[in-house]
Design a protein around this ligand. Structure first.
Ligand code: ZN
Length: 325
């Protein structure tokens, strides 16, 4: 069911042109159909959503469009559709990617999409790699009590296999052991790092063009850690300050909006964002009933596409869509 309060619609990957089809990626046609399904008149331009949010003027039916992670496919595929409909959106940018750094998980995703025959093939290779390494006993033990029904329960589009993978990646291995596993898999495959990042990120020219086109650029940390809440307050502050300075340099404006990478934040994060003057922030779900100004709900595009498919053919089973994380 759709969220019954003002919210953002959250997009990550798109396919079309030079951008290949991949798990959870959305096409220009899907975006157009989604705009019609949601209702063009409900979708506020970014500036209007922002000013209404700040002065308390949002109504339950209002939505906005949000694009996370500085992906070039968003610029190439989604932006022309937005232009066609006279829409502007929020773009949450992890700025280290402008120098080809950070957001390792996107490079991992690219590896997964280009070097395996589907997600099951990747999961199998991943667990084989884990089980041949030093982390095997810890992972086996954790999986004995793992229940996919209760993990990431607010994200209905994940399959059990997705949940098992994300549990091991985020809760059992943690970033450094996971990165090490992926590095060894990529090393063994012989793939060249340059092949994995081609066409992946927007560059500074794209961001300046968005800013001049009336879109709003917001914070998403500098290097996009997958678990911001596990970082110390000092580390979090560095992430958001670097991000803030990089965006300000590009646009000449102080950023006033943010979205929480992988929905991860804590009280320290919110205090840092307030200190930086951020006035509107977004979660990655709609799970919080009593959300503050830095915790506006969002609905993943995968959930809306699923509802669209159910409306079209109510008797057919729901399609399964994943997202980039
Ligand atoms: Zn992100």
């Amino acid at each position: 069911m759709s969220l019954m309060r003002a919210h953002g619609i959250m997009f990550h990957h798109f396919h079309g042109g030079s951008h290949r089809r991949s798990q959870g990626a959305v096409g220009a046609d899907d975006l157009e159909q989604l705009i019609a399904f949601v209702g063009r008149e409900r979708i506020l331009p970014a500036e209007e959503f922002f000013s209404r949010a700040v002065r308390g003027g949002l109504r339950a039916e209002h939505v906005c469009l949000t694009f996370d992670d500085n992906l070039r496919c968003q610029f190439d595929v989604a932006r022309p559709v937005l232009e066609k409909y006279g829409l502007t959106a929020f773009w949450f940018i992890a700025t280290a990617t402008l120098n080809g750094q950070g957001a390792e998980f996107e490079i991992h995703r690219s590896f997964r999409e280009r070097c395996f025959h589907g997600i099951d093939d990747f999961h199998e290779a991943f667990f084989r790699a884990v089980c041949s390494g030093e982390h095997c006993p810890k992972v086996e033990q954790a999986l004995r009590s793992f229940d996919p029904r209760t993990f990431l329960a607010t994200f209905p589009f994940y399959t059990d296999a997705d949940r098992r993978f994300r549990f091991v990646r985020d809760e059992v291995l943690g970033p450094s052991a996971y990165d090490e596993t992926m590095r060894s898999m990529m090393g063994e495959s012989g793939v060249r790092p340059g092949d994995l990042t081609r066409d992946l990120w927007m560059d500074e020219d794209c961001l300046v063009a968005l800013h001049r086109g009336g879109h709003i650029l917001g914070l998403h940390t500098h290097t996009h850690p997958t678990r911001v809440a596990y970082l110390s307050a000092a580390e979090q502050e560095r992430e958001y300050r670097d991000n803030y300075m990089a965006l300000m340099q590009l646009t000449g404006r102080t950023p006033q909006t943010a979205s929480h990478p992988c929905n991860s934040y804590n009280a320290a994060t919110l205090a840092i964002l307030r200190k930086l003057g951020i006035r509107l922030g977004f979660r990655a779900d709609g799970a919080l009933a009593d959300a503050g100004p830095l915790e506006h709900p969002r609905e993943d595009v995968a959930c809306i596409l699923r509802r669209m498919a159910e409306c079209e053919s109510p008797s057919s089973p729901a399609i399964s869509l994943g997202t980039s994380r």
